[in-house]
Design a protein around this ligand. Structure first.
Ligand code: ATP
Ligand code: MG
Length: 283
């Protein structure tokens, strides 16, 4: 049985369980239960606080876990990132009152910075040879400047709305983060095998999320142009339509640049374009 730690409640919980579900692994998030056995895979899910997970993985209490990359950076635990998971994207940033005149990193010299991420901040200050005081706060860091507790904050930002509504502006990004699958460096044979299987499923789901399936109709003389736009996995499938001189073409398109591809297809004579989500994708 593989043991995985997942955040008990908070921003990572839903995305983590949704990823497992897309891998065919169903977990009942049973209220305040600490553990749940999944169906669809020999997996035991342990619900923990995000910030506690690196240590539990390092100590071998669980084999693997899903955490925010920023938490790993802060903990310094000796564990491996096996896979970036593409959700809960955010950044750890420095921000200051919006009326402040910011003229570069040296602004922070002699200033007091409120944060819940002292280790990441300390590392950044040291790397940039800055001399600032770190004021550790465990929650609601963004109100510290208004209370006169600090000159600036170092906090997680995703949309920037929290900073904005507290009269702060983001001036530097310290690190970028997303949810990651981490694992212990010492795994026995069985756990290693199960983890490889889980990772295979996760990658199939992540690949699928990045691509869509495209079907379109086009006249024979435009086929080559359209194949150039949509090379697909190996090459597109082409099937003749009942109407002579016309074809149906099937391929995949990446989410990056999706609309440019669609515009190019239309400009090259594609008609009746259908875009369909892909559930799993195995190369
Ligand atoms: P816990 O309370 O479980 O120890 P936490 O306080 O980090 O952890 P959340 O606030 O739910 O819990 O955040 C979980 C993770 O979500 C963060 O560590 C970060 O990786 C990510 N995240 C994404 N966007 C944001 C954001 N705007 N603010 C804070 N965290 C964010
Ligand atoms: Mg919290």
């Amino acid at each position: 049985m593989l043991k995985i730690a997942v955040q008990k409640s908070g921003r990572l919980n839903e995305g983590s369980l949704a990823l497992l579900r897309d891998c065919g692994i169903v977990v009942e998030n049973g209220g305040d239960k600490l553990k749940a056995e999944a169906s669809g895979f020999p997996l035991e899910v342990i619900f923990l606080r995000n910030s506690d997970i690196p240590e539990y993985v390092q100590d071998g209490v669980v084999h693997c876990g899903i955490i925010g990359e920023n938490v790993l950076a802060e903990s310094g635990a000796g564990i491996d990132v096996l896979q970036k998971l593409g959700f809960s994207r955010c950044r750890l940033s420095l921000a200051l009152p919006k009326e402040g005149k910011y003229d570069g990193l040296s602004w922070f010299n002699g200033k007091r910075i409120a944060t819940s991420y002292p280790n990441s901040l300390q590392k950044f200050l040291k790397k940039n040879e800055l001399n600032a005081e770190i004021h550790l706060i465990n929650g609601s860091v963004e109100i510290a400047p208004a209370l006169g507790l600090a000159n600036a904050v170092c906090d997680l930002v995703s949309s920037g709305n929290t900073l904005f509504s507290n009269g702060l502006k983001e001036v530097e990004v310290i690190l970028k983060s997303e949810a990651v699958l981490v694992a212990s460096r010492q795994l026995d044979g069985e756990a290693r095998q199960l983890l490889d299987k889980l990772l295979f499923r996760i990658r199939a789901v992540l690949n699928a999320r990045k691509y869509s399936y495209v079907l379109l109709n086009c006249p024979e003389e435009r086929l080559d142009d359209i194949i150039n736009i949509l090379p697909g996995m190996k090459s597109p499938t082409i099937m003749p339509l009942a109407q002579k001189g016309w074809y149906s073409l099937h391929s995949v398109v990446h989410e990056d640049d999706f609309w440019n591809h669609i515009d190019a297809l239309k400009a090259n004579g594609a008609e009746g374009i259908l875009i369909i989500p892909i559930e799993k994708m195995i190369y």
